[in-house]
Design a protein around this ligand. Structure first.
Ligand code: DGY
Length: 324
């Protein structure tokens, strides 16, 4: 029997591509270009499975609606799947999967990197040293904000958020609070001695650091807007490793400019790879290029997880990470 044809929309780490070739008739994206919508549509007609990712054009009803649709499963390389219109997938009868768990720790590490960097002015300090502008230690040089023991509030308290809480609470003695419309078990709340808020606004009012861990798109678009920034302490910092569109970037710029909040650490942006120009000039903002899952170990594991879902599907089993 011939192997299912699987198209990867971007270049994957070698080990994961090797596995793809072993298991399937795999079509790789050797030059790692961003596939056009036409190419995505063609792939839907030529492949049994498509493995897209966050930086692709959205796979929406237009793409799912191609004539001669062949693809049966879209196995996303990534835990967030706002690059796929799952309602359109359901209508087209296509299974959608993602890659949870394998990126939890590394993404949580990056949230802590941003939190510590923005509070302790690490980017600013590094720029000073590299620019040979450092004139030496003195008691008032580059004073920053202490992290240990401070209040850390979560918007969304799923797997990645809990991994951040693990590091922040047990490593840095931070006090944890959260808002999540689908809250975790009481056991988890107890583990972190966490405060569960029933409204998002209370997390904003209470926290020294607010970290975002909710999905992007839909009703979460621009969740953090002018009104909500106004509720935060003006000494507070915002951390975003979730999705860029959860934050209204213009409102964020205003909040930073007008000292409504103290700073922000961002890994994700509303219009990646474009970053709102005004953020680039601000010293109280740490900006990194969507690095949450970017370790070799994790990116290999994400590829293998995506392939496991495809394999399960073609073996006639329910894929472990089905989301639609
Ligand atoms: C994800 O998996 O959702 C990440 O943002 C991509 O690394």
């Amino acid at each position: 029997m011939s192997k299912p044809k699987v198209i990867l929309t971007r270049k994957w780490p070698d080990e994961a591509e090797k596995k793809a070739k072993e298991l399937f008739d795999a079509v790789l994206n050797e030059d790692d270009h961003k596939m056009s919508i036409e190419e995505l549509k063609e792939a839907m007609c030529n492949a049994d499975a498509l493995c897209p990712t966050v930086s692709d054009f959205q796979i929406n009803s237009d793409v799912f609606g191609v004539e001669n649709l062949k693809c049966k499963i879209v196995a996303n390389f990534g835990v967030g799947y706002n690059n796929i219109d799952t309602n359109a997938a359901k209508e087209a009868g296509i299974v959608v999967t993602n890659t949870p768990d394998v990126l939890t720790d590394c993404t949580a590490d990056i949230a802590m990197v941003l939190l510590l960097s923005v509070a302790r002015r690490i980017g600013e300090g590094e720029r000073l040293v590299r620019n040979k502008e450092w004139s030496g230690w003195c008691p008032t040089h580059m004073l920053s904000t202490k992290v240990t023991g401070k209040k850390l509030g979560f918007i969304g308290f799923g797997r990645i958020a809990q991994a951040v809480a693990q590091k922040a609470h047990f490593g840095f003695g931070m006090q944890i609070s959260f808002y999540d419309p689908y809250p975790p078990s009481d056991e988890i709340v107890k583990k972190f001695s966490a405060t569960k808020f029933n409204v998002l606004e209370d997390v904003l009012k209470d926290s020294d650091f607010v970290t975002l861990h909710c999905p992007g798109g839909g009703e979460n678009t621009n969740l953090l807007n002018n009104d909500r920034f106004a509720l935060m302490k003006n000494s507070a910092f915002l951390i975003n490793t979730a999705r860029g569109d959860v934050v209204d970037e213009n409102a964020l710029v205003q909040a930073l400019k007008n000292n409504v909040i103290a700073g922000a650490g961002l890994d994700v942006y509303a219009k990646e790879p474009t970053v709102t120009e005004e953020l680039l000039g601000m010293d109280n903002v740490v900006l990194i290029p969507h690095l949450g899952s970017a370790t070799t170990e994790t990116r290999v594991a994400m590829g293998l997880r995506s392939l496991e879902n495809v394999k399960a599907f073609f073996d006639g089993k329910e894929p472990g990470d089905r989301v639609a």
